[in-house]
Ligand binder design. Structure first.
Ligand SMILES: Nc1ncnc2c1ncn2[C@@H]1O[C@H](COP(=O)(O)OP(=O)(O)OP(=O)(O)O)[C@@H](O)[C@H]1O
Ligand SMILES: [Mg+2]
Length: 241
């Protein structure tokens, strides 16, 4: 569970990127985080994961305060950021072992998970190559695999499907469903409304740094019954804000 309480982030002393948002991301559900470019999604995700500190408010992950108990809080989640260009000089396999070490995954489990993940994401052939030589989608996959290798309780993903081929995107969605079914937490941002519609139990819509809607897409569509598609609903919500 992620509890976001009255969180605000100001950049450069004046620009309020996130403006007093409160949100409870429950366990056992997939929550989609949607909103236009620049609305504050990545800033919120960076605050949840301790990359940025909020100027006001607090964030708890499974009850652990990310600012006051960063190590305990960080053990609870895995994060896929929107930029997959990391550890480029490592080989894929070295990166996965590094991530397994960081999260203290024992060697038997690690071997099994590397095999399974490499199979699932069709990365077996590339594990002995440097990440530098990977395509954009392959970099995204190795980052996702690095998160899944420790099987964290709470998954936080910033536009995780970007650049993935349909097969890998399908596999990731299946894994997200399975994780939520196990009673765990999945929170991810996306611009693809069809993905949100098919995958999410609820969505949070952020506009100009504020939460404009939190609930099911069915309930939202019912509020905008005159709209013929989710895209139209979304455009109306944005335009009315
Ligand atoms: N490091 C920064 N310094 C100053 N302003 C920033 C910084 N990062 C983000 N912003 C501003 O904060 C606002 C929110 O940005 P953020 O990256 O959180 O949006 P987003 O919802 O993730 O957008 P996108 O859909 O394009 O990824 C934007 O107006 C952006 O210009
Ligand atoms: Mg972003």
């Amino acid at each position: 569970m992620i509890e976001i309480k009255h969180v605000t982030k100001v950049y450069g002393g004046t620009k309020k990127a996130v403006d007093d948002i409160s949100l409870n991301v429950p366990t056992g559900e997939i929550i989609g985080f949607i909103g236009p470019n620049g609305a504050g999604k990545t800033t919120t995700i960076k605050m949840i994961t301790g990359i940025l500190n909020p100027d006001e408010g607090e964030i708890l992950i499974n009850g652990k305060n990310i600012v006051k108990e960063p190590l305990a809080a960080k053990k609870e989640f895995g994060i896929v950021l929107d930029n997959a260009d990391i550890f480029l000089r490592l080989k894929g396999i070295e990166y996965l072992k590094f991530m397994a070490d960081m999260y203290e995954v024992d060697s038997h489990l690690r071997k099994q998970r590397i095999e399974d993940l490499a199979e699932t994401f069709e990365m077996k052939h590339a594990l002995n190559d440097k990440i530098l030589s990977y395509s954009h989608g392959m970099r995204q996959k190795i980052v996702i695999m690095g998160v899944l290798i420790s099987d964290p309780n709470v998954w936080i993903l910033d536009e995780p499907m970007t650049g993935l081929d349909p097969q890998s995107s399908y596999q990731l969605k299946e894994k997200m469903r399975e994780h939520a079914r196990k009673g765990k937490t999945v929170f991810f941002s996306t611009h693809v409304l069809e993905v949100a519609e098919k995958l999410c139990d609820k969505v949070a819509i952020i506009l100009h740094g504020r939460i404009a809607y939190f609930g099911t897409l069915d309930a939202l569509k019912a509020q905008y019954a005159h709209c013929s598609s989710l895209e139209e609903v979304f455009l109306e919500v944005v335009n009315h804000a």
